[in-house]
Design a protein around this ligand. Structure first.
Ligand code: GDP
Length: 308
């Protein structure tokens, strides 16, 4: 197959590591960037349909992400204050603008709009040139089994602060979901497919659980390259460590490689990678500022394109 420079660069992402790499990739690939984002964390609350990972990716791409790592910079929280006044237990904070986006999305979905199109509306409204796709239009919901109780993901993550022991993970609805035409086309025509440095179990796992998604990655002519979410031997943010432990893989690049198995054609990480069976690139992968994000994206894309 002929790749041309206008083919999509696809990034699979959750809302933090993957989102930051996507922001760097937008500098490199411009409007060729297509992000396929996890929707296993989506939640309906306050009359809103909240899609945390697609929205965080969108806020990152629009340079509107708040410093705290979620929500919109400068957003206010008057509605949450009002609900608290009414005695509502607010464990999931949502800014006013963020809430407006979610309310509008709930309305669109109730009217029969696909999630893909509802997300595209916000992406366009925020002036983002890249494409942000949900992993599926059908609902898929991640939950965590802890001490005999299945805890919906946001409750586990936000209310319980990811503290409960992890006995199992499931992606409800995944079996009835399907790869969207937009995602299928992006993957089939991609010049590179990057599995972002996101939590493999709870951010990338649900994406790969969509029937046909793993096959679409394997069948894609483009190289599939992973970026390790472990920097300096540690997780930068979030509960990646207990989830990798649950998955039975080590907290290092070889653990990431074995988690993804034959899906990857190459792996990028900041540690020695000599023992791995796939081509590897050792690089400083901390995505802490715009220059670093651009540099890492440039290196990852060049490495992937060199694997063709
Ligand atoms: P979530 O949806 O908010 O859980 O976010 P992700 O799954 O996308 O991101 C969480 C992962 O991102 C963690 O495993 C972090 O180690 C990783 N991460 C965060 N910042 C960086 C970074 O600067 N570089 C790399 N390589 N990984 C990062």
């Amino acid at each position: 197959m002929d790749f041309d420079s206008r083919s999509p660069v696809v990034v699979l992402a959750g809302g933090t590591g993957g989102a930051k790499l996507a922001r760097g990739m937008a500098d490199v690939a411009g409007d060729d960037l297509v992000v396929i984002a996890n929707t296993g964390d989506d939640v309906e609350m306050y009359g809103a349909y909240v899609a945390p990972d697609p929205d965080l990716v969108t806020f990152w791409l629009a340079d509107r992400i708040d410093e705290r790592g979620w929500g919109l910079a400068g957003d206010t929280f008057h509605v949450m204050d009002g609900l608290r006044e009414l005695g509502v237990d607010i464990w999931f904070n949502l800014g006013d603008r963020d809430l407006a986006y979610g309310v509008r999305r709930a309305e669109l979905l109730a009217g029969g709009t696909r999630l893909t199109d509802a997300i595209a509306e916000l992406v366009a409204a925020l002036g983002v040139a890249a494409t942000v796709l949900p992993m599926a239009d059908e609902p898929v919901r991640t939950s965590v089994l802890s001490e005999d109780r299945w805890i919906p993901f946001q409750e586990f993550m936000v209310r319980e602060r990811a503290a409960p022991p992890i006995a199992d993970v499931r992606y409800d609805g995944a079996a009835d979901a399907s790869v969207t035409p937009e995602a299928a086309s992006a993957l089939a025509n991609a010049r590179a497919i990057i599995v972002g440095p996101s939590n493999p179990v709870i951010s990338i796992g649900p994406i790969l659980a969509v029937p046909g998604m793993a096959e679409a990655l394997r069948d894609a002519p483009a190289p599939v390259v992973g970026v390790s979410p472990i920097v300096g031997g540690q997780v930068v943010k979030g509960p990646t460590e207990p989830f990798l432990q649950w998955a039975g893989v080590s907290l290092d690049a070889s653990g990431i490689a074995s988690f993804y198995g034959d899906l990857l054609d190459g792996l990028v990480a900041d540690e020695p990678l000599d023992a791995l069976a796939i081509p590897t690139l050792r690089a400083d992968t901390l995505l802490g500022d715009p220059d670093a994000r651009r540099r890492v994206a440039t290196e990852v894309l060049a490495f992937a394109e060199g694997l063709r």
